[in-house]
Design a protein around this ligand. Sequence first.
Ligand SMILES: Nc1ncnc2c1ncn2[C@@H]1O[C@H](COP(=O)(O)OP(=O)(O)O)[C@@H](O)[C@H]1O
Ligand SMILES: [Mg+2]
Length: 249
Amino acid sequence: MAAPVIEVENVFRIYETAAGFTPALRDVSLTVDRGEFLAIMGPSGSGKSTLMNILGCLDSPTTGTYRLEGLEVSSLSDDDLAVIRATRLGFVFQSFNLLPRTTVLRNVMLPLIYSDVPVTEREPRAFRALRSVDLPEELYEHSSNELSGGQMQRVAIARALVNDPSLILADEPTGNLDSATGEMVMRTFRRMQRQGKTIVLITHGAEVAAWADRVVYIRDGRLMSAEEERAFETRLAEREATLQREAIA
Ligand SMILES: Nc1ncnc2c1ncn2[C@@H]1O[C@H](COP(=O)(O)OP(=O)(O)O)[C@@H](O)[C@H]1O
Ligand SMILES: [Mg+2]
């Protein structure tokens, strides 16, 4: 059996600032298998981006372990991590992060500069990635700033796919899109999953999370299952009702 793509065990991430210590992640454990599409939902400030940075090898836990495809990430050098990010991970952001005056095709080819894909293979690869996100071919030579938001996000997904990564990490990918366009982007993620990709997507929208196979919740740096989240919501509602009764009495 192949190792899970993601194995997070008892991770704490504590930020140290002038104001003191902020525990952004508290005892987080999470396993994601190959081909899974997981959504992580939580309110603003709950630790979503902190978790994403760790999963994306951009930051490391204060304590606890993270294994990516069986590799213990904390044991790797910065150079190794840069190679891992370039070859095994694909990132999709809320703000697309494309080079605005660069063509669609060149934007998608960009990650290949840091890989060992031969120069002659780069353009065909970028074409394949763009076709797989269903972007009309007449747009490939346009500057990315000439595209609509939904088209830009599909270019960003193509860019995330071009190195054939094991894991796609998306932080609020529909946050800047209207709901119809957001739906089109979510369909693209579903298609990627059918092609065998593992996807972890962060959102605070339930309608976005509904596209995933599995949803986990994060609150105040703690991960919860759907049942725990419902119990939490019920306790909050009960507390509010009690407070209201006391205010009336
Ligand atoms: N670089 C940092 N330094 C100090 N505190 C931080 C830093 N980044 C995030 N935090 C704090 O950690 C908590 C979680 O933040 P974050 O992961 O950005 O949440 P989310 O993405 O869910 O909005 C918040 O209380 C935030 O203020
Ligand atoms: Mg965030």
